[in-house]
Design a protein around this ligand. Sequence first.
Ligand code: UDX
Length: 430
Amino acid sequence: MEISVIGTGYVGLVTGVCFAELGNQVTCIDNDVKKISALKKMIIPIYEPGLEELVKNNVKKKRLKFNTSIKDGIKDSKVVFIAVGTPSRPNGEADLTYVENVARGIAKHLSGYKLIVEKSTVPVETGKWIEHTIKINNKKKVPFDVASNPEFLREGSAISDFMHPDRIVIGVQSKRAEGLLTELYRPLKAPIVVTDINSAELIKHASNSFLATKISFINAVSQVCELVGADISKVAEGMGMDKRIGRQFLDAGIGFGGSCFPKDVDAFIHLSEKSGYDFSLLREVRRVNERQKGYFVKLIEKKLWILKDKTIGILGLAFKPGTDDMRNAPAIDIIKMLQQEGARIKAFDPQAMEKAKEFLTEIKFCKDAYEVARDSDCLVILTDWNEFKEIDFKRIKKLIGQPIIFDGRNMYNRAAIEKLGFQYFCIGRK
Ligand code: UDX
């Protein structure tokens, strides 16, 4: 099928490339000229495992093209996905300016029937607004449909999430739209939930907010564990074995970050409020998430006493492993709090150091964990990168100023670390 995807961020690029891999003719469109000319040279703007190979493979097979113009890019497409950014406004509401602009652009260049699919995470009723916008700008009255097809991709495993989804959600208002989307997704052999557009939009909000709630819940329990001397990893294990609860997203730590959860929780709170419901539960989810970072900094302060002029070695900056994404990374707030207390920061992250420079200043970036440890007053783990499990702590012990580890992601085995002569502090664990 000929399709186009407008917006080449995480969602847009992964969606476009994966649809090309499934054998469709895909045009990825973005008004960022630099990005598109880089993509044409196969320079990928983000770090996502497997993405570069897929881009190269599909460009070579002539299934994937890039364009800066909506007019040219959508010309031959049956289905047009909108995957542009929906940043948060200061009040938490999603800013839909880009979505509206793109809808207007599509309307002006409609030639034959097209299905316009919103893929960005958007508030309920955005589908209706897209339809309205296209209608009033579609002077030639070309037939079209609007649908919602929310994405559930996780950064770091986006391609595999796309290729092996738990479910595909499509919100449609016509059989024709349902048929097109079902056909497009058929090769994935995944269950498809077909519903109206509003419900599809809500599924996305509710799913992400529920997962965020799960994380805040376990983080709150971790605080109680600290107070009563229980072990959060055992509590999570015991809870998770109940199939109704499930073990995933029960890892206590320094809280959730990233481009989705914080923004989506805020947007859901806002849209519920606007619709007349006070979603106070989600406000608490957000509050627990914020407090978790403060608790961790207090723990460091309690054990190191004065932070002024102490050197704190940070391992991990990205909001989670497997990505270079620093958006809403807990590391940003934690490092800023430590700096405010006068601490000096050394840091290493396998992927995110370049991007971290946009969010943080006065950090000595290091080439590895050993350079971070050298003469530092402690090591602080903020992202649970797999490679941090391979660290030679015997070597770290010889380099570090004070053998103290604060593990914000509960990565290590306490007994093994303490045996090497470290003091080990983590979150809610014995
Ligand atoms: C999320 C959703 O999982 C995905 O379905 C949606 O489409 C986009 O948002 P992503 O933001 O890539 O994906 O990251 P995810 O793996 O869900 O993790 C989000 C945050 O929660 C990370 O900061 C992670 O460290 C944290 N987290 C996750 C925990 O603190 N504990 C957990 O148990 C799980």
